[in-house]
Design a protein around this ligand. Structure first.
Ligand SMILES: Cc1cc2nc3c(=O)[nH]c(=O)nc-3n(C[C@H](O)[C@H](O)[C@H](O)COP(=O)(O)O)c2cc1C
Length: 204
């Protein structure tokens, strides 16, 4: 195996969901921006449509995001679910250093849909695939730099509030939020289903 392949596998293994985070970072803000630039430049998209849009909220902006999520949840979900689920989780995310918001912009897909009408219904799904690739690349890279991350889904709850506060075009679709900060502890044990039920190779 090449050194590059070994390093990539180390990165894959190191990417885990880590929830207990502090409001510190293991790397500079400039480095965070550099890593996310590499993600934006190098992650593929269908027909090279480059639909991904990445918004990063750090420190106070990050805290405002999770305050907003808490307040909207409090006003909209049943009180029991808010107390049990949303209150502790939004507090836990707020305690971290930053959040990466992964959006997809549908605008670049329009000319492609016109050019390839038989694929029209496929483009939204491929846009989701590409977003997942961006999320995975960012998650793996940030953790390779010593940060802990967890992937969250607070859309559509927070969509309108975030668009207004951080001037995000309302046409963009919010797919996921990657919360990150300095890890306090290791990730939880994880079970693995047998590979024999998950990987099938023919023609060896
Ligand atoms: C598409 C996708 C959606 C997920 N959504 C959430 C989520 O909303 N909240 C959360 O805490 N974790 C979420 N996760 C994290 C998974 O629960 C986690 O990746 C899985 O349990 C494996 O653990 P690991 O990340 O430590 O390898 C999501 C992961 C994926 C790939």
């Amino acid at each position: 195996m090449t050194n590059l392949a070994s390093s990539l596998i180390e990165g894959f293994k190191g990417r885990r969901s880590i929830y207990a985070l502090t409001n510190e970072s293991t790397i500079s803000d400039a480095r965070i921006e550099e890593l996310l630039s590499e993600v934006a430049i190098n992650t593929p998209s269908a027909f090279n449509s480059q639909t991904a849009r990445i918004v990063v909220l750090l420190k106070e902006d990050h805290e405002k995001l999770w305050d907003m999520a808490r307040d909207i949840a409090k006003a909209t979900v049943p009180a029991e679910i808010f107390e049990k689920l949303y209150a502790p989780r939004t507090a836990m995310f707020r305690a971290a250093y930053g959040t990466v918001l992964f959006y997809e912009d549908p605008a670049p897909l329009q000319p492609l849909k016109e050019k390839w009408p038989m694929l029209e219904n496929q483009f939204p799904e491929w846009s989701n695939h590409s977003s997942g690739m961006h999320q995975y690349a960012a998650w793996t890279l940030l953790e390779a730099e010593g940060l802990g991350c967890s992937l969250q889904h607070y859309s559509p709850l927070i969509d309108a509030g975030v668009s207004e506060k951080w001037n995000v075009p309302t046409e963009w679709s919010l797919k996921a939020q990657l919360v990150f900060g300095k890890p306090i502890g290791p990730p939880k044990e994880k079970t693995a289903e047998p590979l024999s039920t998950r990987l099938f190779v023919h023609g060896k």
